[in-house]
Design a protein around this ligand. Sequence first.
Ligand code: ADP
Ligand code: ZN
Length: 720
Amino acid sequence: MIYHHIALNVPLGLLTYSYPQAIPAGTRVAVPFRGREAVGVVWETDVKPEIAPAKILPVKQVFGQEPPLPEDWRALLDFVSRYYLYPIGQAVFAALPQGMREARAVTLPQPPHFYGLSEEGRMQAPPPVRFSKQHALWQALAAGHQEEACLKAIHPQAGKLLQQWRQAGWLDESEAAAPQIAASQHLLNDGQQAAADTLQTGLSSFQTFLLYGITGSGKTEVYFDAMAKVLAQGRQVLFLLPEINLTPQLLKRVNERFGQVPTAVLHSQTAAGRRTQDYLRAMTGQAKLVIGTRLAVFTPLPDLALIVVDEEHDASFKQDNELRYHARDLAVWRGKQSACPVVLGSATPSLESWHKAQSGGYRLLELTQRARRAARPPQVEILDVRRQQLDNGFSQQALKLIQENHQNGGLTLVYLNRRGFAPALFCGDCGHIFGCPRCSAKMVLHQRVRQLRCHHCDFRQAIPRKCPDCGNQDLTAVGHGTQRVEETLKSFLPQATVVRVDRDSTARKNDWERLYRDIADNRIDVLVGTQMLAKGHDFARLNLVVVLNADGSLYSADFRAPEKLFAELMQVAGRAGRADAAGRVLIQTQLPEHPVFAAVQAQDYPAFAAHELAERKMFGMPPFGFQAAVRADAVAIGQAQDFLAGIKAEVENRLPPEVSLLGPVPMFMMRLAERERAQVFLESPSRKQLHRAAALWLYLLQGRRDAAVRWSIDVDPLEM
Ligand code: ADP
Ligand code: ZN
């Protein structure tokens, strides 16, 4: 018998199983586990068993026809498990798509077929132009060899036509083709060219670049330039973006440039079967370009030659449950592992990355001009609304600007900072506020579906008809949700077309496309929206942005709040005046003297970063110190705090040097989904010592099973 260490989706280490032959590491297998069948991934082969061989169960089935998960992928997961102090098996399964978490063989993707016109085909007349799709299909075949999937994107009936044309002898077929990459529509400007040249010199080894470029400076073209070079060599590119940036606009740009490159798009909304296939296409080297959100960082890529992380500062790269990894940090790790460059791009880099670029760890590339010559940076005005009588959240100045802009034919964006603006229900008689029964959060009013919803745990209930405390039937809505703002604008500007953009109004697939078309066709005058509209969109006509309540988050205890707010305001301000007209931005605030507003007004990220970093340095906060949070939750906060305090007492006199413990304290959002949450913060100027301390906590936590308490460790936490 040969013994194997196998990773299973359980909160334990590797488990030992036997098999008559050696199974290559990385192979998926089915094994018995606690009376049921479980999937595993062979981690080590031919190991010495640490338990009595008679007790070791045999592997039931080996999925040997699938290529094993490669060695570098396993090394990545080993690192993830060690770094994030998370059980190896669970880390492995978090990194696999659904299809590979099931105990049955997966269907392997067929190698793509490429078609082009044959000699004989070239002598035929193309289908008439009036059959526009057939014509386009023919043109594509004439331009060079194309993957069948790309051809189907041009004409849904491509399969049938290809068969006909092949039978007629008009087509050439092959299994591999060097992808043809369309030339850029733009000539790179001097700044872009300089950045692209520097990147090119770094394409053959590991180096992390921070591409810092103001919004609209053409970062995407710089990424594309480097990607084009790598893809033309037939090698693989990993392109990570925040969920919200996977817009049809971005995918359209990718398609225009890399339409002929076999591409896999991986994000949480991809259907499970599709995701498994795309994962395997990447793993077998068939897909050359992998675009995706944070989870795509786990895609096995045998020939990885470039990693791009767009909007690298975005908090959605960090997963905040289960395996609490940061995809940007893992991207850099993978670059090092694969000896390939990593490009992090942002208009407002995370202070961690900026600090590394300033101190020489990363190479800084800067784009200081907007790419379109005529586009000028917007003019930003900070409006103190402390002593103002607001009309449903609007100052007189804001309404006047919107009206004037409408009269001049401009497009306005009214932006709401979600935190300060969720509409709530409130009893005007006794002051009762409708909170979530499960969380320490107010319920949010959703007028259209007549519901109150908790945005933290998704608890829902019908809008109550009367106050549960005093019976008053006249309940008032407070706060200004997008819906109320929309209504206010509609009655203020009855002739204007006001459109609200939020999760509800963009839930369906074609909603965005229709919105873009309507905007392009001048059918919209005012857009009302939240974060969804701040990022990644390029509305050429937009020339006025009004931010209604900018300061909600500044009241919080989160030391990253100013950084986040700065990024958000710069993003949204960057929406204005992208095309030919200079834009205007009006920001209403109750805290006008906060330094973040002066920085936004001057649009000076480096000054803002210098100020924030000086402050962080003084307090030993990241990136000058490192943190981990140990969290516990229970039905009552006391239980959670006692649990942590008990371990803290054990840890305290064994603590490595230079590590301090803070807490246990209740979390900022103490109640979540009927559980109350507390945490202890571990801080240290030394990452190594911090890890030793966190590992000690882990060891003690594992030894102390308390059914009433759940716990977790968050390394490099973003949540307070
Ligand atoms: P960023 O990603 O930095 O916000 P984008 O790459 O989206 O900027 O570019 C902003 C706009 O400028 C886009 O509409 C893009 O097509 C255009 N653009 C980019 N580079 C150039 C260039 N060299 N010449 C003209 N237009 C450009
Ligand atoms: Zn809730």
